[in-house]
Design a protein around this ligand. Structure first.
Ligand SMILES: [Cu+2]
Length: 544
């Protein structure tokens, strides 16, 4: 459906091909592809996975009519450009299948313009229930309340610019053994790693069921962390306007390898809004590539001449974002920026930035060790002790992790909810995790990749260092230890807030107070759980 909110006119689009349901509880992974100068900032949406269960299966809003947890999730992907540039009617474009079926997969747009899909399950749907029409008793439900099974522990990366048939890769990716099903989350961090947390396909905290309530968080380091150095740009403004004068970003030569001309050609200056994450989606997630030209300086450094935001506030709303500069596929850290006025209001709009012509210098080149920062397949050298090791980069990244106010939202809410210390740290991993790394490596073949994945880089080697899950160090039993390692306030303002009555705006009261005498649940936030408070203590056969 396309809705013109100014005229309040709806235009119904064709049904999703192949009968795949992407919305809850099919819950496919959905993201807007990067908005770039090449696509003239015209949005295209990517839909992957979900479920193509027959209509009958979905049930009656109380429970599904089939045992969803045995039904394979979809691997189908479609693209849709809602407003084609030529004015034609929007049509779906069949895209490459994912490497495995996924329900509740979640897309994270990385600074290099590729999309990471994480989390989810190979079978079933989102939601939870105490029964299905095929399994009438809760005691007989094979995965407790979970309507999904076979968690997918291996992320995959989708390259929207790759040729069809070569867009997906998970070669060398490590696999988490933590199930991330319903109520899981992920978000890109300023260091370009991805924070992954959550999962609770149960009506309330449940630490003893098969897919138990999950408090452990992890960091996933995408393959670009195999680089020994990353670009260290300076001159990134703290505010971006819609149109207006361009600005310069300086990238020292020690932050990249190879010719400076190539570095300039490869550069991506991306404005990323990570979005607000829950239920395996990031609402408002955006990636916008600023236009640029460059000057290759004789000292090897690179000066990027960068346009302001396109003069169209509708495609990237005002407010906070991060700017990453990616050179040869290796991103810098993110620099915090305010887009437009930062407020929801009419935005000043200037003329599109006019950029100076590119000036090349064939003699200029970066001074970083070339073995680990290029993306063109050069050999990966491990015997070079003059550069930072990969471990060093990851170590630095971990050290810098918890500095984020942004994250406070996630962490603070988690802590507010994790009141009962005894319930913490479930470690049951007795269920089957699905690690497809090896089979799909074969399927994807050597052509995939592009992160310095050189001929000399054995998959096993990369698996151990270029993409990795790292448990987030934390002490759930002691909030002070969080506080001491974080500048984010754990006591406010990121607390559950009261919703005194349904559909009322937040009142700013602390939810903890209002639920002290209640059942300790946060169902007021879950539109699918309107009557779940009635069934907290004794599962009574409802689907949420
Ligand atoms: Cu929910």
């Amino acid at each position: 459906m396309i809705w013109d909110h100014e005229t309040n006119v709806e235009e119904r689009l064709d049904d999703m091909p192949n009968g795949v349901v992407r919305v809850y509880p099919g819950s496919g992974a959905v993201a807007m592809l990067p908005l770039t100068p090449e696509n003239n900032y015209n949005p295209t949406v990517l839909f992957c996975g979900g479920s193509d269960m027959p209509d009958y299966s979905w049930g009656n809003y109380s429970w599904p009519y089939i045992n969803t947890f045995y039904y394979p999730a979809s691997k189908d992907c479609q693209r849709l450009t809602p407003e084609p540039a030529d004015g034609s009617r929007p049509t779906y474009e069949q895209d490459d299948d994912m490497l495995e079926g996924r329900t509740m997969g979640q897309f994270i747009i990385l600074p290099d313009g590729k999309l990471l899909v994480v989390n989810g399950g190979e079978n079933g749907t989102a939601g939870y229930s105490t029964q299905t029409l095929e399994t009438l008793n809760y005691a007989d439900m094979p995965y407790g309340m979970s309507l999904a099974s076979q968690p997918v522990g291996t992320p995959a990366i989708y390259d929207p610019k790759a040729a069809k048939g070569k867009r997906w890769s998970n070669e060398g990716f490590s696999t988490s053994d933590i199930a991330r099903l319903y109520h899981s989350s992920a978000v890109l961090l300023p260091d370009a790693s991805v924070l992954i947390a959550g999962s609770n396909p149960n009506v309330d905290v449940n630490t003893s069921t098969v897919f138990n309530t999950e408090y452990r968080a992890e960091l996933f380091y995408p393959p670009y962390f195999s680089a020994s150095v990353r670009p260290d740009p300076s001159g990134i403004p703290t505010k971006l306007s819609y149109g207006g004068d361009p600005f310069d970003i300086k990238v020292p030569s020690k932050g990249f390898s190879g010719s400076t001309n190539d570095a300039g050609d490869s550069a991506i200056v991306a404005v990323i809004r990570q979005g607000w994450t829950t239920h395996a989606m990031n609402m408002g997630q955006r990636f916008l590539q600023l236009n640029h030209t460059f000057t290759a300086n004789d000292d090897g450094s690179l000066t990027l001449h960068v346009a302001q935001m396109p003069p169209q506030p509708n495609i990237f709303q005002p407010g906070p974002a991060f700017v990453y500069v990616t050179i040869n596929g290796i991103p810098s850290t993110g620099h915090y920026v305010i887009v437009g006025s930062g407020a929801i209001e009419k935005q000043p709009v200037g003329a599109a930035s006019v950029l100076p012509a590119t000036k090349r210098s064939d003699a200029a080149s970066g001074s970083a060790d070339g073995s680990e920062t290029s993306t063109d397949g050069s050999a990966h050298s491990n015997d070079d002790d003059s550069s930072l090791s990969t471990g060093a980069i990851i170590g630095i990244a971990v050290g810098g992790l918890v500095v984020l106010g942004l994250l406070g939202a996630l962490i603070g809410v988690c802590i507010a909810r994790n009141r009962r210390k005894n319930n913490r740290q479930p470690t049951d991993t007795s269920f089957m995790m699905n690690s497809n790394a090896n089979p799909t490596m074969a399927a994807v073949g050597a052509g995939a990749g592009g992160y310095g994945l050189g001929a000399g880089a054995a998959a096993g080697q990369r698996g151990s260092e270029s993409s990795a899950f790292v448990p987030l160090r934390q002490d759930y039993a002691n909030h002070d230890s969080w506080a001491s390692s974080s500048t984010a306030s754990l006591h406010g303002p990121y607390r559950d807030q009261a919703v005194p009555q349904p559909h009322a705006p937040f009142q700013g009261q602390e939810y903890a107070e209002s639920r002290n005498s209640g059942n300790g649940m946060s169902m007021d936030y879950d539109p699918y759980a309107a009557d779940s408070r009635l069934t907290t203590m004794t599962p009574g056969g409802h689907r949420y």
